[in-house]
Ligand binder design. Structure first.
Ligand code: AN7
Length: 364
């Protein structure tokens, strides 16, 4: 606990009993977790029936994404096992988080990134936290294959979500939601890339159900970008394409686990186009004051799509949403990670002379 505020100093501190740590585990933390759960009345109004919609804003984590939850655990346990260096493949957020927690643990960190496909803010993070940044001529899936090879040949700790410690940490987001709402939501919506997060949430909700801390588990509803939707189309996408670079993944590592989460929860996987993603990102910022990166806006785009009975599929869990249900959307990363995605579609600023009349003319 933080001695002055009683606030937990991170997810290991907050949920120690439900995580695979011991007293001997050195806790490498930046105070991640305990992120805001923000109600959107405007999204709630789209489904009506007294339903409430909440945004779990993971952009408020120390490096600006949900990855910090898994990274505190993965790096703490790696440190306990004596690791001196970390490696990961990434579409940007995992590398930013790994680099930060490695710095915190005085470990070396190398990140393998698809060349030219990482948002500038995320690359800047990898550099400033002191990681060795390696650009690979290929996509994320190619990078992860190289990491898998390295895993067999060396003693570095791999901190991709193929490391189960990552998912253990990430499940704490589900705990927080139940702790705050008093029960699990009816539906949980989130973007899907490498499919670790949907797997982790489902694990968290199931564990809380077994402990009787919830009366139910939610339907898990995942959204992939239309050009990078291997789970939706049920086949590997060799050349995934989407402007939501974080989820530009064609062969997800947790594919099978994600399918299990969807099936067991009575959920679904669906797609949204880049245009829908950008429209949702803009809508969210301008209507709720919440700036999420494009991949995160897939949650909102998906909710908006499925709130419309004419556009959702018959199997969409929103079709049978009972009255007065809660729906939670995870916003996985902060909008400031990728400012180019916004500036590229924004107009130039209005120009005024440095006097009152000139400004007033523009406001009228
Ligand atoms: C903002 O950083 O895969 O389905 O290497 O950064 O658990 O992969 C990022 C994924 C959603 C998808 N939203 O989560 C990486 C990486 C954001 C992300 C996802 C990612 P998963």
């Amino acid at each position: 606990m933080n001695p002055r505020t009683d606030r937990p100093t991170g997810v290991i501190d907050r949920y120690r009993n439900l995580l695979p740590v011991t007293e001997a585990t050195p806790v490498i933390t930046l105070g991640e977790g305990s992120t805001p759960l923000i109600e959107s009345r405007k999204l709630g109004a789209l489904v009506g029936k007294g339903c409430r919609v909440f945004l779990k804003f993971e952009g408020a984590n120390p490096t600006g994404s949900f990855k910090d939850r898994g990274m505190t655990l993965a790096v703490s346990l790696a440190a306990q096992r004596g690791a001196k260096s970390l490696i990961c493949a990434s579409t940007g957020n995992t590398s930013a988080s790994a680099a930060a927690y490695a710095a915190r643990a005085s470990m070396r960190c190398a990140v393998l990134l698809p060349s030219g496909k990482i948002a500038a803010g995320k690359i800047a993070q990898a550099f400033i936290y002191g990681a060795t940044v390696i650009a690979i001529d290929g996509n994320f899936d190619t990078c992860l294959n190289v990491v898998r090879e390295l895993q067999q040949e060396s003693t570095v700790a791999v901190v991709n979500s193929i490391n189960p410690d990552r998912l253990e940490g990430q499940k704490t987001a589900a705990f927080e939601i139940v702790d705050e709402l008093g029960d699990a939501p009816a539906i949980h919506i989130l973007p899907v890339g490498n499919a670790g997060n949907i797997t982790a949430y489902w694990k968290g909700y199931q564990e809380y159900r077994k402990l009787n801390r919830t009366s139910r588990t939610p339907h898990m509803l995942g959204f992939q970008a239309a050009g990078a939707a291997p789970i939706f189309f049920d086949r590997v996408v060799a050349s995934p394409e989407t402007a939501a670079s974080a989820i530009r993944i064609g062969n997800p590592a947790s594919w099978g686990l994600a399918k299990a989460a969807i099936t067991e929860s009575g959920g679904a996987i669906d797609i949204v186009t880049d245009d829908q993603i950008f429209a949702a990102q803009s809508w969210l910022a301008a209507n709720e004051g919440v700036f999420a990166e494009p991949a995160s806006a897939a949650s909102v785009a998906g909710f908006i799509k499925c709130a419309d009975p004419a556009r959702r599929s018959a199997s969409c869990p929103l079709t049978q949403l009972p009255e007065e249900s809660n729906v939670v959307l995870t916003l996985t990363g902060h909008g400031l990670k990728d400012v180019a995605a916004v500036l590229d579609r924004s107009p130039a600023p209005l120009k005024a002379e440095a006097n009152k009349e000139s400004v007033l003319r523009l406001l009228s």
